[in-house]
Design a protein around this ligand. Structure first.
Ligand SMILES: [Zn+2]
Length: 306
């Protein structure tokens, strides 16, 4: 792969991401760097759009802080797609120019920049007075932090069975802000979820993919809401990746982005759990290339099927 700009040798922080996007933009002036709105700590939640088509695909990564590998993988895809388009290449029999003109891909490579900063011990965030009381007692385990800076699990903050999510997590003893599993004081309580919801409502996407880690699985349904086309496309994704197309267990079935999107729009929406490593831990950097290779063709299936 022609991977000149996006490197896989460092933990993927928000600053590296911004830097890489600027370099990519310089090398490939085919997109603009935009913001969907601010995070809790006033960082821009960045989005870019690739392609010019009428079909609209939305890809997002790093709802969960310790899943920052999903941001790196997304950026690797962005570079690859730009490279293929600029150089008029094909990809496994697919004409990239045709795909570019068929589908617009909206990409938010890091939904939760504050959380990623906390997880990776960004000094600016560690010295923030406002939120110290939430995370200070976790100082030795910040690498396992999934939530945003307020200790809310963003993928449990969407208005789709949110009350059920609260009940399920309370049964496991989670009733207040912390590293994971707290759904928030109410649905859409967080800036990050609010902005993702607004962004989604504005663009009316035909399909969405949310990248999480880990497990090499593709989730495609919400409770009994099963979009037939989503299953068919999911099977194609399964075939090109070896990932397992499946349905979530009841306890993880609520208040995620996918759940909300399927519930509200009834269109294909996936949660893809990338890679396989140590349970509950971030995926190791040295696996980035391998995981990217597992994922790559899934993106192309989505672009042509959405
Ligand atoms: Zn996740």
């Amino acid at each position: 792969m022609n991977n000149n700009i996006v490197k896989t040798d460092k933990n993927y922080t928000y600053d590296i991401l911004k830097n890489d996007l600027q370099f990519l933009n310089y090398e490939y002036p085919l997109f603009k760097i935009n913001s969907i709105g601010k995070s809790t700590l006033n960082e821009n939640i960045i989005y870019i759009k690739l392609g010019e088509g009428n079909r609209k695909l939305f890809i997002n990564a790093s709802h969960h802080a310790n899943e920052w590998m999903t941001s790196l993988i997304t950026m690797m895809f962005i570079e690859k797609y730009l490279y293929l388009y600029k150089n008029k290449k094909n990809y496994k029999g697919r004409n990239i120019e045709e795909l570019w003109n068929r589908t617009s891909i909206y990409i938010v490579p890091m939904v939760n920049p504050d959380g990623v900063g906390l997880c990776l011990k960004d000094k600016k965030i560690l010295t923030n007075e406002l939120y110290k009381n939430i995370w200070e007692k976790y100082i030795n385990n910040l690498e396992d932090w999934k939530a945003n800076i307020r200790g809310v699990d963003l993928n449990l903050n969407y208005p789709a069975g949110w009350d059920e999510a609260v009940k399920n997590k309370a049964k496991k003893g989670v009733i207040s802000p912390g590293p994971r599993d707290y759904p928030g004081p109410n649905a859409i309580s967080e800036m990050e979820t609010k902005n993702i919801i607004n962004f989604t409502n504005i663009f009316n996407f035909d399909m969405t993919i949310s990248l999480h880690s880990q497990g090499q699985e593709i989730y495609w349904s919400y409770l009994n809401k099963k979009v037939e086309k989503a299953y068919e496309i999911g099977q194609k994704m399964e075939k090109v990746s070896g990932y397992f197309l499946t349905e979530p267990n009841y306890y993880s079935s609520f208040a995620g982005y996918k759940d909300w999107f399927i519930d509200k729009y009834g269109k294909p929406s996936y949660t893809i759990e990338i890679g396989k490593g140590e349970e509950g831990k971030s995926l190791p950097l040295e696996k980035a290339e391998e995981i990217y290779n597992e994922l790559e063709e899934i993106f192309f299936v989505a672009i042509e099927e959405c």
